[in-house]
Ligand binder design. Sequence first.
Ligand code: ADP
Ligand code: MG
Length: 320
Amino acid sequence: MEFRLIDRIRERTAQQREDVRLGIGDDAALLAVPAGQELAVAIDTMVEGVHFPAGTAPADIGWKALAVNLSDLAAMGATPAWALLALTLLRPDAAFVDGFAEGFAQLAGQYRLALVGGDTTRGALTLSVAVHGFVPPGQALTRAGAQVGDAVLVTGTLGDAAAGLRCLPSRMDIQATARDFLVNRLNRPTPRVAAGLALRGRASACIDVSDGLLADLGHVCTASGVGAEIDAALLPCSPALLGAFDEAAVRDFALTGGDDYELCFTVPAARMDEVRDDLAKLGCGATRIGRIVAGEGVRVRGADGAWLEPARSGWDHFAP
Ligand code: ADP
Ligand code: MG
């Protein structure tokens, strides 16, 4: 049974690549890293009931399991190449596997990413995806390079995914098109791979917003040994979000919601306009939300100019 499931996955995710010398089917895959490239490697796990609600469509789970990993490669400025998939299922559910593989393949195909192996076991529904990408030596974007005076920017819009989760119960009174948009942002995040590549050699630091802007920008500050000041009024929010929730809820979603998989990055102020123009051409756009300052931690200025004191800084799996 396990092997039939693996076959179904292999058929649905088939991708020809020169650098895959041996893919699914042996004891290990054999992969050729292109000469002169470094390998960027990341893994993320999604557990039903923790990272996605029970009842999420299998194709959405497949898309998202890959998207959250591609987002990590994007944040490093790496070009996606290969993935491994560890699949844990309560029972050998072919319909689930087909749907999952379809959603996974829809996103993988956009990057010619090859699924080269994995593991299939029985247990509570859990998906682990590991991704591998290429980056020229020394050019990876890290969290560590932000400098005092740099501008802080973010791609796309913030808060949509958290709002989507909030309006999942269909009893919430919200316009259907807005609800569909927000739920789609939750279930089918767009990894900002092209933006990450465009930021290579230009951004001084970069991170993807998975746990919430405050938490993730906080990681940049810690790694870089700096602080950041953000203006709540500058946070980019979608019309759907702004139309469906009041100002305080919008601000909370945008600052602490997480699951948006946008890139938050810093650039020297002198290069900001040029970088912003280039990201606009890529379709996601980028918005300046604040600046890097001496000190530590992230402070947020409210619309009235006073500093805010947010209740929580993001999602922490081991918080009490
Ligand atoms: P082994 O016992 O030697 O680890 P498995 O029976 O677990 O091998 O897997 C057989 C082949 O199928 C391997 O190439 C493995 O990488 C691949 N594989 C297993 N599960 C998955 C999965 N969920 N997705 C992709 N490839 C898988
Ligand atoms: Mg083996």
